[in-house]
Design a protein around this ligand. Sequence first.
Ligand SMILES: [Zn+2]
Length: 109
Amino acid sequence: MLLRHSTRGGGCEPGYHRLVPIYEFRCEACGERFEVLADLGTEAVECRACGAPGARRVLSAQAAPLTHVHSPGATRKQEARNAELRRRTKAEFKAARKRVRPAWGGERG
Ligand SMILES: [Zn+2]
């Protein structure tokens, strides 16, 4: 059977959740975490679990780093660090491999 939209989960949720951002809120009273369709800029809502008005918006960790890294100097520094780390990890990997297999001598430069 072909259904155009699934109505799993129940409730009357039309397709408008694409237009309204979903925010995560955490209630300070009971610790409940829940997602709410809220208008932009909504900082606090009523707790879904206990009804306390103090549920605060949890800042999404995904959105944060973008504002962080925009200086090219910092990016280059980070890249150099990554390269160094990669080099070290590789060396350690090689050493570990050697320890496990002493006969393995096929090292290529
Ligand atoms: Zn609560």
